[in-house]
Design a binder for this molecule. Structure first.
Ligand code: FAD
Ligand code: FES
Length: 531
């Protein structure tokens, strides 16, 4: 299987050990490294879909734009996506109506349809060759769910102005014969890395600057330090998926989940290019009710790649359901084979992290408490449209134009009707702090084989240990530098993950996902003292 990096995690390329199809099938998108102090009008931090769309929109509006990316373009969660571009939101429209009311739900539906149109228009305008296709999508029932959900959702999507249809079957899925689905027409899909390459080329073509392997730190209203150099800017956009400038607010409004993907060969012509989603596991212990999501991508002349995802859990808490990471792929393969029996060899598997916002919609706008620092975060499983909306909305705000969705997505909004979910997730976070007094997940480092890691309790200390392929032991503190969560070993992606707010670290302690800003402190150890 073509899934693995050469080294545990090359965080320039991606944020986990397993390579996604998109990354494995494209050249890394690299620009020069920032190596001097500079001034710019607009500084965008983060080279995923949100950062690139923002830089593109503002360069097009005539602004002087600079984008800095810690790794390479797409090396964060964008490179690990499945790239359904859709207005069928993770959370149901009838739930959105309860939280935001009818008018704002119409706005939410409009905004996602507008994002799809924007991508379509931009692909054509910039002549981006990224396998972009307009396709239909189908929402069907998870076995734990009842038809009432589809009825309510159909009604709510109609009220929201979407051109959905209720169908008496699930197109192309024989095992769901006789069951209902909602058709969402006019959705889309693309190869994300080819799309990002096209956007990056267009930004540079308009005079924008992009720097890769350029990490921003000490983000403030005057700019940031990038690779230790001062970058002075009038406006700063933090598009790092989870804000790395967050001190007090955003980590209390969104929760990190890991989600799993497989890619299987399927003979061409067996299935139409479409998107499929089920309505999610209603018996799950997780608030986000994990759902399955499936699409096709062109692979070669003979085969398409069927890309199927799901089996989510809260970051760092896979074992709380007694389903370790590896078993999640097994379950996903089983689920997929049952519904798409024409699949052949599984040639990819990877996982990634999504940030689930408390009230279903992303946070796009001024960072609470700041005048010239903006954020795009909380985009859940709809990051293609939310990330695109990030660019569309921020370019209007920064240019002084009105935007119909500014208030809806404001990071400072208060939505009172989500109190139950909020308390549940806060309770989950508090429970994670018990790990301070529990023992580690392994007893001694001596038992670790090359390529394995774990958490050891040594007296009052928690230590994150990893034995590399050369048999050298690496040790760091297992206490998250964000707010002190105890890290968990992720054996699948070979990272140390924080169960509180989703910070993640390489086996050598380098931070790969915020909100933590810095690396783990290394610990000098003698193997025999770690037992
Ligand atoms: C498995 C999976 C499947 C998904 N499927 C879908 C889907 O089908 N449809 C959909 O709409 N969404 C989907 N999503 C969600 C979507 O992929 C993400 O929400 C979206 O890609 C996030 O984009 P982003 O630009 O906000 O973040 P990222 O792509 O993570 O970009 C942030 C960038 O910031 C960089 N960075 C971080 N800190 C710094 C720093 N200090 N200095 C400089 N750079 C920094 C990172 O290296 C990273 O490249 C999926 C996600 C996953 C994981
Ligand atoms: S991410 Fe907040 S404590 Fe670890």
């Amino acid at each position: 299987m073509n899934t693995s990096n050469q080294e545990p995690i090359n965080s320039n390329i991606t944020s986990g050990e397993n390579l996604s199809y998109w990354i494995a099938s494209s050249e890394p998108i690299i620009f020069e490294k920032l190596e001097k102090s500079l001034e710019t009008d607009l500084l965008v931090i983060g080279g995923g879909i949100a950062g690139l769309t923002t830089a593109y929109c503002l360069a097009k509006a005539g602004r002087q734009v600079m984008l800095v990316e810690d790794g390479f373009i797409g090396s964060g969660e964008s490179g690990r996506t499945t790239a359904h571009i859709t207005c069928a939101l993770d959370d149901r429209y009838f739930e959105l109506e309860k939280i935001f009311g009818k008018e704002k739900t119409i706005l939410a539906a409009n905004s996602h349809m507008a994002a799809i149109e924007w991508v379509d228009k931009t692909v054509r305008l910039e002549k981006i060759e990224c396998n972009f296709k307009r396709v239909d999508g189908y929402l069907f029932l998870h076995p734990s769910d009842s038809k009432e959900t589809l009825d309510k959702e159909y009604e709510a999507t109609k009220q929201a102005g979407l051109l959905t249809q209720m169908l008496p079957d699930v197109p192309a899925i024989a095992s769901e014969n006789g069951k209902w689905s909602i058709k969402f027409p006019g959705q889309a899909q693309f190869h994300i890395m080819l799309y990002l390459k096209g956007l990056a080329g267009a930004i540079v073509g308009m005079g924008g600057k992009i720097y890769t392997q350029s990490k921003a730190e000490d983000i403030n209203k005057k700019g940031a330090k990038v690779n230790g150099f001062d970058v002075t800017a009038n406006q700063i956009v933090v598009a790092t998926n989870t804000p790395v400038n967050d001190v007090l607010t955003m980590h209390t409004k969104q929760w990190p989940y890991r989600t799993y993907v497989i890619g299987a060969k399927i003979p061409k012509g067996q299935l139409p290019y479409s998107l499929w989603w089920d309505t999610g596991d209603h018996n799950s212990k997780w608030i986000s009710q994990p759902y399955h999501y499936v699409r096709l991508e062109e692979l070669n002349e003979q085969y398409d790649l069927l890309i199927s995802g799901g089996e989510d859990h809260k970051t760092g808490q896979a074992d709380d359901e007694n389903i370790p990471e590896e078993d999640r792929y097994v379950r996903l393969i089983e689920w997929t084979k049952k519904r798409f029996p024409a699949i052949e060899e599984i040639i990819y598997k990877w996982s990634g992290q999504v940030m689930e916002p408390i009230d279903s919609l992303a946070f796009i706008g001024k960072n609470p408490g700041d005048d010239n620092i903006y954020i795009i975060t909380g985009d859940s499983g709809n990051g293609m449209t939310h990330g695109t909306l990030g660019g569309m909305i921020l370019s209007d705000i920064i240019s002084g134009n009105d935007n119909p969705w500014e208030d809806l997505y404001s990071p400072s909004r208060i939505t009172l009707k989500t109190a139950d979910d909020y308390l549940h997730e806060v309770g989950n976070m508090t429970a994670q702090l018990v790990d301070w007094i529990s023992s580690g997940d392994i007893k001694e480092a001596a038992g670790l084989k090359p390529g394995e890691g774990g958490i050891i309790s040594s007296g009052l200390k928690k230590i994150a240990v990893y034995r590399d392929e050369q048999n050298n032991l690496h040790a760091c503190t297992a206490v998250c530098p964000h707010l002190g969560g105890i890290l968990q070993w992720n054996a699948d992606e070979k990272s140390f993950d924080c169960p509180l707010h989703g910070s993640r670290f390489t086996t050598d302690g380098k931070v790969i996902n915020g909100p933590a800003k810095g690396d783990l402190k290394k610990i000098q150890i003698h193997e025999e003292t770690l037992s």
